[in-house]
Design a binder for this molecule. Structure first.
Ligand SMILES: [Zn+2]
Ligand SMILES: [Zn+2]
Length: 178
């Protein structure tokens, strides 16, 4: 399987012609793709242009081609509690059955083989988004920010309110000291 040819629209499109319709035809592909836009949510996602290491297995089955494997992606986001930047590498499991174009199924959403190729882009995007944490954290026990003054409580766990007071309240507390 190569990326060359008429249908090489993206790094994530694979030709499956070689597999033929022989059941149990099998091929494996390792490829590094470059991430496009829109893989992730507002808080965290795969940076555009970052490498995606793919380790894939294409298997010819009765209905089409079953693609399984893993993608190592970089994630870049912001901690939901302390707003610190987060960078990590995540391994995403992929599994998708691409049906032959002439296979009738009730499920119109099913992935299809088109022009002897399969496009893993939507599959990868969905898998990454599903895998992403709902509230990304820089670490599990991130202490977050002080709700009163915004100090990072990870840096200053014993943070109290004698010293670092929001400037808006400073005048007031001055009055109260008297
Ligand atoms: Zn944090
Ligand atoms: Zn505070």
């Amino acid at each position: 399987m190569s990326q060359r040819g008429l249908h090489a629209r993206s790094d994530l499109v694979f030709e499956v012609h070689d597999l033929g319709r022989r059941v149990a035809g099998l091929s494996t592909v390792r490829r590094t793709a470059i991430a496009g836009e829109g893989i992730g949510n507002e808080m965290i996602g795969v940076p555009v242009g970052s490498p995606i290491d793919l380790d894939l297995r294409f298997e010819s089955v009765v209905e089409g081609v079953l693609v399984t494997g893993a993608a190592d992606v970089s994630l870049h986001g912001v901690c939901a509690r302390c707003l610190k930047e987060i960078e990590l590498v995540e391994q995403i499991d992929l599994m998708e059955l691409f049906l032959y174009p002439d296979k009738e199924l009730d499920d119109e959403e099913a992935s299809r083989i088109e022009d002897e190729t399969v496009d893993l882009e939507p599959v990868l995007r969905d898998a990454v988004v599903l895998d992403l944490p709902f509230t990304p954290l820089c670490r599990e026990d991130c202490a977050g920010l002080c709700p009163t003054c915004g100090t990072d409580l990870n840096d200053d766990p014993d943070h109290g309110h004698g010293d670092a007071v929001d400037p808006r309240w400073a005048g007031l507390s001055g009055l109260m000291d008297d």
